[in-house]
Design a protein around this ligand. Structure first.
Ligand code: MN
Ligand code: MN
Length: 461
């Protein structure tokens, strides 16, 4: 029974010894996961491996699906869909948790390698909403794939281990930055200047000629990976911070790391579905891509690949018939697992204190997102919010209902509306984050564990 007045309390207050132990242990496992994967491709590959170790098999390994079966599908190395088949017919709806595995970063341009002065650079085009100045003067790593014309794929991860070089984008020294410092923050760093330094040493086999530093780099790349300059044209190389994810704070209550939007929800949802055994309603977990640039394309949530996966589950359950897929979606429930903007005391003016997600206060539910008058938002139905409250309260999940920023200050969006448009009941439900989209994002260990518990409860109801 609720108290008359809503009281907000930190999750750390009077935490039991058992819970505290679980919170810290789970955080260690999460940080370890983040330190093995920084891009959507790496997250999908690592998560697939973890799922297989827990008994999941790929869709094509099943001719028929039965209650209790654990199945997954990988789309182009960038999406992972997982399902545990329920005892009830899928016609009655499924329980979906959807997170996104992509994070803001700098992508290499199609012709990235250039020489300016005596430096070789890799030029980039940023991906997602970043504050450009945050990406200069920090250690960077390069992750991704180069696919040669003959289809051979070279997987690259450079700058992570201690014996590998790192990369960086230089910034102007303060002594000479008077003019730069007068500029608007958004214009102080030119997008074309987000060029990563990769070398400074001329090729000494040729004494004359242009671009000898670049030529030297090309030779090194050819020796290491067998590639030529043209091979960059068919590559997807992502520049990401080279830092490790680590415990933050003397009280060790926080986590700092890159890409927690939205890998924190990916990991907690993954762990939650690994626990699901013989559910009543089929449990489905999806990791989408391209969320940070609008969910378009054949790996974005707007594509129909996820629908095809659900249709295949219906086929292999031998129950499919015309229009059944639409009916499944209309009877389904979803948590759109994406991070929320945590209230930052240093920037308190952008949040409504009564409606902001607080760090350490548990998982954040956003009934709606959107900008200026809820525009483009999926606004969850009160009936559905009541259902979520009920199952969370019954299972002692610590949660808060929050809004992303003050009215008219800004806003955001998630994949929630895409599934809602299909008829699914959806609410955003994720971990509050500080410094969202920065190279180093901050979360609370308590909230991360709350997300894992909340997702576990959702799958079992
Ligand atoms: Mn996100
Ligand atoms: Mn984001």
């Amino acid at each position: 029974m609720s108290e008359l007045e809503r009281k907000r309390k930190s999750g750390w207050e009077k935490i039991t010894e058992d819970l505290e132990k679980n919170v810290f242990q789970f955080a260690d496992e999460y940080m370890n996961y983040l330190n093995q994967a920084k891009t959507e491709r790496e997250i999908v590959a690592l998560s697939e491996k973890i799922a297989r170790e827990s008994g999941f098999k790929s869709l094509d390994e099943y001719t028929e699906l039965h209650p209790g079966d654990k199945v997954y599908f990988v789309n182009r190395g960038k999406n992972l869909y997982l399902a545990v088949m329920g005892t009830k017919s899928m016609e009655e709806g499924v329980n979906i948790i959807g997170a996104h595995a992509d994070s803001p970063r700098l992508d290499l341009k199609p012709n990235p390698l250039v020489q300016e002065g005596e430096f070789a650079y890799l030029k980039t085009h940023y991906y997602g909403g970043i504050k450009k100045y945050q990406w200069t003067a920090i250690p960077l790593a390069i992750h991704g794939v180069i696919v040669k014309e003959n289809g051979e794929k070279i997987t690259i991860s450079l700058g992570e281990s201690e014996n590998e070089p790192v990369f960086t984008i230089t910034d102007l020294l303060p002594h000479l930055a008077k003019e730069q410092e007068q500029k608007k923050l958004s214009e102080a760093i030119n997008g074309e200047n987000l060029a990563v330094v990769v070398g400074n040493r001329p090729d000494d086999e040729e004494e004359k000629g242009k671009d000898r530093v670049k030529k030297n780099i090309l030779k090194l790349l050819n020796k290491k990976y067998g590639i030529t300059e043209d091979d960059f044209m068919s590559s997807e190389l992502e520049v990401v911070p080279a830092f490790k994810t680590r415990t933050l704070g003397l009280d060790e209550s926080l986590i700092a790391g890159y890409g927690q939007d939205d890998k924190v929800c990916v990991y907690t949802a993954l762990r939650a579905i690994l626990n699901v055994q013989n559910p009543e309603r089929t449990a489905v977990c999806l990791f989408s891509d391209k969320e940070e640039i609008g969910s378009m394309g054949n790996t974005g949530m707007e594509s129909h690949v996820f629908d095809t996966f659900i249709a295949e589950l219906l086929n292999k359950s031998r129950i499919n018939r015309p229009n059944l897929l639409d009916k499944v979606f209309c009877n389904s429930r979803m948590l759109s697992a994406d991070v929320d903007a945590g209230s930052d005391p240093l920037y308190a003016s952008v949040s409504d204190p009564h409606n902001a997600g607080l760090i350490g206060y548990g998982i954040s539910l956003n009934k709606y997102t959107g900008v200026r008058g809820k525009s483009n938002s999926s606004d969850a139905n009160a009936e559905y919010v009541a259902f979520i409250r009920r199952i969370f309260n019954q299972n002692s999940i610590k949660y808060q209902l929050a809004e992303l920023g003050k009215v008219d200050i800004g806003g955001g969006g998630t994949i929630a509306y895409i599934l809602a448009n299909k008829g699914v009941d959806v609410i955003d439900c994720g971990v509050p984050v500080l410094s969202m989209h920065a190279p180093y994002e901050v979360t609370s260990k308590f909230d991360v564990y709350s997300a894992y518990m909340a997702y576990t409860v959702f799958f079992n109801n």
